[in-house]
Design a protein around this ligand. Sequence first.
Ligand code: SF4
Length: 193
Amino acid sequence: MNHLSRRKFCQNILVASTFAGTFSLLGKKEGEAKPNSEASNPHLSNKKLIKLGIIICDRWHTCAGGKCLRSLRRREGAFSRYKNQNVELVGFTTCGGCPGGNIEYAPDEMKKNGADIIHLATGFVVGYPPCPSIEYFSRFIPEKYGLEVVVGTHPIPQKYYLTHQKLHTWDKPEWKEFLQPTLCDKETRLKYD
Ligand code: SF4
């Protein structure tokens, strides 16, 4: 990650952390929420804080995390499962490049930072080709670290959806489970193109 990408990424993390402490955690869309409303809402303040880590495919190692963090704020794609729940992002890193050596260690650090759940970013499913080890990583992390794994972060961008449809990439039945969190509807996919 070069200097500018790192600085942008740190800014994004700071924004996510700020949102984590205030209104975005309430699962509202940007512009709808009111700061400090958590404190005045007894239903939300009683909810458990869910801590999560994100691991991205190293093909996008310079990614500043924009789509992942936007969808986390908006509770879209794989983050729709946290609607009306409090969430904090406690880690963000890459798999380390094929064959994904950092996945052996990164969940441990995220767990020490309080992570309950690890998200394998949407790049794992939309890459050309998709990551060949999704299924293995999805079993390894719970087995080794006792953490839940969710495949996906932001909604699948429509341009990737269309190309993979033409390539029949996701025709096999096992893809249904991996795609379910991020497939979304066309309108949502277009927002992440
Ligand atoms: S294809 Fe899989 S192992 Fe390879 S860089 Fe991407 S996530 Fe990592």
